[in-house]
Design a binder for this molecule. Structure first.
Ligand code: HEC
Length: 189
């Protein structure tokens, strides 16, 4: 499992790095220009992380139901996003109504969350010499509501486990289509 994650991470880091075209290189041999499109690179890293996380959560639900999957997320979600991070970038998730205390959005990030454009649900900012990529995460399927929904839609066993593992949980009461948070990738240049 771990080696699969590393291999995916390595494969995906190649995407989004566009070198100067062949004809440019012929014109100037001395400059090896490499421009990184952080939106494109961030998209591929975030989509990869999302797919791996989702398939792991789906597997946990299948193995032991929603309460078991809450326990799985409790121990594995941050471990997974950390292990998908590379030497030059760190992947995490943030939310205005976070479940894991370490996923709380900062004051600046709350503004970013509020300003996502539905047509362009990703953005980058420059901070402390780093590029930080954010991409909106929506409640995109009914399954999310089993652990993030209202009293009517949440799975009762999952709700019990969430109270046990996350006494300060804020991440319930959502409906389909709501903004749940964002992927965050910090690139150290
Ligand atoms: C089996 C229950 C379960 C399901 C289903 C589930 N989540 Fe979560 N979710 C959790 C738990 C538990 C955490 C806290 C993980 C941690 O401790 O890092 C979490 C954390 C998150 C976070 C990180 C921010 C935070 O609040 O800590 C986001 C974003 C998120 N979930 C979105 C979704 C979306 C979107 C879906 C549907 C595709 C979904 N979740 C489905 C249980 C679930």
């Amino acid at each position: 499992m771990k080696s699969f994650i590393y291999i995916s991470a390595i494969l995906f880091t190649g995407v989004g790095v566009s070198c100067s075209s062949e004809s440019d290189k012929k014109k100037d041999h001395s400059i090896d220009q490499v421009t990184i499109d952080y939106i494109q690179l961030g998209d591929s890293l975030a989509n990869n992380a999302q797919n791996i996380l989702l398939s792991n959560v789906a597997g946990a639900i299948q193995t032991g139901g929603f309460a078991h999957a809450v326990e799985f997320c409790n121990t594995q979600a941050t471990f997974l996003t950390d292990s998908l991070s590379g030497e030059t970038y760190r992947i995490s998730r943030i939310s205005e109504k976070n479940r894991n205390p370490s996923n709380a959005a900062s004051v600046e990030e709350l503004e970013i969350l509020q300003s996502f454009d539905p047509d362009h649900p990703q953005t980058t900012i420059e901070a402390d010499g780093k590029t930080i990529y954010y991409k909106a995460i929506k409640i995109g399927m009914p399954t999310c509501l089993k652990c993030h929904g209202t009293e009517e839609s949440i799975d009762p066993e999952a709700a019990r486990m969430i109270r046990e593992k996350y006494p300060d949980d804020k991440a319930t009461g959502y409906s389909e289509g709501d903004l749940r948070g964002a992927w965050k990738i910090v690139f150290n240049h």
